[in-house]
Design a protein around this ligand. Structure first.
Ligand code: F6P
Length: 543
């Protein structure tokens, strides 16, 4: 991690120069544009609409170099315990090291990972051949239900939905996440319990939502087998680093796939946590996903800072957050299949970087993670883009597009792409008052000017475009790994631990105190604050 608790430089001279330089002017400098574009395998990154000129970029780059980020990166890849609050290595890159040209993880770790991938492949292939019995499962599976939450849901869900065009025929995938019983109830009503395979995914195997939903599905399947628990257990796989707990829960040992303490939940889709991805697209495609991520890893390890995708993404984010003081970033994929990307990134970025204390103690002085939000375009254009173009707050955007679609509807794709390009251009260039005035043809001079003011776009609103050649396991793997490495770099720059998540614990602890109190006499609930007690009273009175 970056040296002890030093603040980021303010880059004031650059910020003040750029405050009076419109993106229109910056975009006219082609040499600058070249500096802000790079390729990472199948992903083209265009950061030329960020509010940095070459001098500012070089100043930030020089600062970054002075922080020895390469040494920090190498320490992560080598398996040093950089997650200090949990005394753990951070080795999600080892999960795809088998496909890397520069594998850095310890050999025994890589062997264990490969052995698990082979076990997973064996199970997935058997199910696909309709021979589940050979691996202790039911013979015929029509539906796979992934029960998990957070990192045990968002990554697999993103990939399964993104790769729909590669889905193996005859096997449907479902994700059950929330403890809201309606979701479990609705899903059970759709499925045949005798043909359903459940994957219980929980790194800790202590997560309330997952264990509760797992129990609901177990009861449902046991009932379908007239109370025969041994028959029901053939419907379950588990993925966990707490293998004992999964076995105690009732999943036979041969059906429990391990993951490891050195992989954080939100970084785990590359492990057996991604079993639902492998069931959906097959093991070969799953390995292509790993290969795409490994390609991004190799790029991160070898590219100079000024052509390094994650570095450029981190610089832009730091600039927007710490220099321009932007409080959120919108992620807008112009690809329906990437509908889950914003929520995936919310966990990856906000759970990793939503910290305000240094690992060595002391409150951070720089702002850390912005709010990450977004949804697919063009739909977003017809919802909140008004505010992005003309609202009082500037929100940097990330546009994600694909060059070649998987469908033959060329006109649709051209319309989709032209909208993406147009939004990025409009946000940056805007429309001047004079241009708007020239368009206002009717009314008095005063009315024309008032209308023109409302129809003026200040522009100067930054965005990044990430363009995938096409949406494949490889390009998706590379895209996600780019974001992972950006997060690593921001953790380094902000001098916070991007790999723990203590902030989720307090609410969990209070929920476990409230749960048994929901039916108690509110007058006896002295351990809770008055608002909680009143809400319990209201719930009880309206039941
Ligand atoms: O509550 C947050 C969290 O711990 C995430 O970090 C994690 O991805 C999620 O819960 C699920 O945890 P598990 O995989 O242990 O069930």
């Amino acid at each position: 991690m970056n040296s002890k608790n030093a603040r980021l430089p303010s880059f004031e001279a650059h910020a003040s120069r750029l405050s009076s330089t419109h993106l229109r002017q910056l975009l006219a400098d082609e040499a600058r544009g070249d500096r802000l574009r790079t390729r990472v395998g199948p992903v083209w990154l265009d950061l030329s609409r960020q509010k940095l000129d070459v001098a500012a970029l070089d100043a930030v780059g020089e600062y970054l170099q002075s922080t020895h980020w390469q040494a920090a990166r190498d320490a992560m890849f080598a398996g040093e315990h950089i997650n200090t609050s949990e005394d753990r290595a951070v080795l999600h890159t080892a999960l795809r090291a088998g496909q890397s040209r520069h594998p850095r993880a310890p050999a025994e770790v890589r062997q264990e990972i490969e052995a698990t991938l082979q076990r997973m492949g064996h199970i997935v292939d058997a199910v696909h051949r309709g021979e589940g019995e050979s691996v202790g499962l039911i013979p015929q599976v029509t539906d796979v239900v992934n029960i998990g939450i957070g990192g045990s849901d968002l990554g697999p869900r993103l990939a399964v939905h993104a790769l729909e065009q590669f889905h193996v025929k005859g096997l449907r995938s479902h994700f059950l996440t929330n403890v809201d019983g309606q979701a479990a109830y609705n899903l059970m009503n759709q499925l045949d319990p005798r043909r359903t395979l459940v994957i219980l995914v929980s790194k800790t195997f202590t997560t309330q939502e997952t264990l509760l939903n797992g129990g609901v599905f177990l009861d449902w399947i046991v009932r379908a087998h007239d109370g025969n628990k041994a028959a029901a257990s053939k419907h379950f796989l588990a993925v966990s680093s707490n293998v004992d707990a999964a076995e105690k829960w009732g999943v036979p040992a041969a059906q429990v796939l391990p993951m490891w303490d050195f992989v954080g939940g939100r970084y785990s889709l590359w492990s057996a946590v991604g079993a639902s991805i492998a069931f959906s697209v097959g093991m070969d495609r799953f390995r292509e996903l790993l290969a795409g991520a490994a390609e991004a890893d190799d790029h991160f390890l070898t590219a100079e800072w000024n052509k390094n995708g994650p570095v450029l993404l981190a610089i832009a984010e730091m600039w927007n957050r710490n220099v321009l003081k932007r409080t959120s970033r919108a992620v807008v994929p112009y690809v329906d299949a990437l509908v889950d990307l914003p929520s995936y990134l919310q966990q990856l970025e906000m759970e990793s970087l939503g910290k305000h204390v240094h690992p060595t103690g002391g409150h951070v002085e720089d702002s850390t993670v912005p709010v990450v939000w977004g949804s697919i375009g063009t739909n977003a254009q017809h919802a909140y883009f008004q505010a992005l173009h003309q609202g009082t707050d500037v929100v940097p955007l990330e546009f994600i597009g694909i060059v070649k679609p998987a469908h033959p509807l060329a006109k649709n794709h051209a319309a989709l792409l032209s909208n993406l390009l147009a939004q990025a251009a409009a946000l940056a260039l805007g429309k001047t008052f004079d241009e708007a005035l020239a368009e206002a043809k009717t009314g008095t001079e005063e009315q024309r000017r008032a209308l023109a003011e409302q129809r003026t776009f200040e522009g100067d609103r930054p965005s990044t475009v990430l363009m995938l050649d096409s949406l494949t396991p490889r390009s998706l793997g590379a895209l996600i790994a780019l974001y992972e490495h950006k997060v690593f770099l921001l953790g380094h720059l902000w001098r916070i631990n991007a790999f723990d998540q203590w902030g989720v614990e307090l609410g969990k602890a209070i929920a476990s105190q409230i749960l048994p109190s929901l039916d108690a006499d509110p007058d006896t609930l002295t351990q809770f604050d008055s608002a909680t007690v009143e809400l319990i009273r209201t719930i009880q009175s309206r039941k």
